[in-house]
Design a binder for this molecule. Structure first.
Ligand SMILES: Nc1nc2c(ncn2[C@@H]2O[C@H](COP(=O)(O)OP(=O)(O)OP(=O)(O)O)[C@@H](O)[C@H]2O)c(=O)[nH]1
Ligand SMILES: [Mg+2]
Length: 214
């Protein structure tokens, strides 16, 4: 069986093998020493309880914060959070049977078309989308829902923040600031790790996804 075309075996000289072996031993020793001075913390908690927010804060305080590529990604995330917020506001308005005039219905249709056009689930709010969201925000249906936001559990925790920052977030030259990054929200899937040096020791935070999401 088989084609017989197995990969050629690479032979290494015994000197090279010894060198590699020493290198691996040294690395194992370094890892072991580092492990001894590492504090390990496992953060567990419900969805939106702030585990990822703590990791972002550690990154700001103990690592170099966020670079250019991160800022571009966070811009998409903040825009997507805003779209998700309006999706939830519209859905709550429908559930609560809020009165919607024809203009509001047209705006909701336009908003839904924009939401569905997102590439890879990521949104970039352009001038047209901003216009639609602006008008929706001014509608009595959405204002009514927002006034009752304390009763509506489906609204995200960053609702007030996003509304407050709406004009800045929708500017074409918008770059998220540190506060925007802390308030941006994406549910963690899997286990994430953040590691940083502090007082001659290492800290390692493992962030588990919340059990309620499984
Ligand atoms: N009120 C308030 N909310 C904040 C503050 N900073 C962040 N948040 C919000 O708190 C929530 C924290 O969410 P995460 O840190 O993503 O929660 P998590 O525990 O990692 O959630 P999962 O990944 O789903 O398990 C987000 O909605 C943030 O917008 C703050 O200073 N004040
Ligand atoms: Mg998280």
């Amino acid at each position: 069986m088989g084609s017989g075309a197995s990969a050629p075996v690479q032979r290494v000289s015994s000197a090279e093998a010894t060198r590699r072996n020493t290198e691996i031993d040294q690395q194992l020793l370094v890892d072991k020493q580092e492990e001894k001075i590492t504090f390990k913390l496992l953060l567990l908690g419900g969805s939106e309880s702030g585990k990822s927010t703590i990791a972002k804060q550690m990154r700001i305080i103990h690592l170099n914060g966020f670079g250019e590529t991160d800022l571009i990604n966070y811009r998409f995330l903040v825009h997507s959070n805003l779209v998700e917020l309006f999706t939830q506001l519209i859905s709550a308005a429908t559930r609560l049977k809020a009165h919607m005039d024809d203009e509001t219905k047209r705006l909701i249709t336009a908003f839904n078309a924009f939401r569905k056009s997102a590439l890879f689930g990521s949104h970039e709010i352009n001038d047209q989308a901003k216009y639609v969201i602006d008008k929706l925000w001014a509608s009595s249906a959405i204002q009514g829902v927002y006034e009752r936001r304390e009763e509506i559990t489906s609204l995200p925790d960053n609702t007030d923040y996003l509304i407050e920052r709406f004009d800045q977030i929708c500017r074409s030259d918008y770059i998220p600031n540190q506060q925007d990054i802390l308030y941006s929200r994406i549910a963690t899937t899997g286990v994430h790790e953040i590691r940083f040096p502090f007082n001659n020791r290492f800290f390692r935070y493992d962030l588990s996804f919340s059990l309620s999401d499984t």
